[in-house]
Design a protein around this ligand. Structure first.
Ligand SMILES: [Zn+2]
Length: 78
């Protein structure tokens, strides 16, 4: 059940209530019983997806040249 925060327009008191969503707008003031109650923005805990960094490892493609392993150097195989 969500926790809502209300503010009474008559006695200016603020209070929190656990009410079901259907009755969220049918709340009377707990102090003076007034129906002149405004619901404030409820504070929900922001659900954050933990984004783990992937280690930052870079993959190198070894050997750009032929099969000699020199990487296109001066081995004379190219
Ligand atoms: Zn009130």
């Amino acid at each position: 059940m969500p926790l809502y925060e209300y503010r009474c327009g008559d006695c200016k008191s603020r209070f929190e209530l656990l009410v079901s969503r259907e009755h969220a707008d049918e709340v009377i003031c707990v102090q003076c019983g007034s129906e002149n109650v405004r619901r404030l923005l409820s504070i929900f805990a922001a659900q954050r997806l933990g984004v783990a960094s992937a280690g930052g490892r870079e993959e190198f493609v070894a050997g750009t040249g032929g099969s000699c392993g020199c990487g296109g150097g001066n081995c004379g195989c190219h």
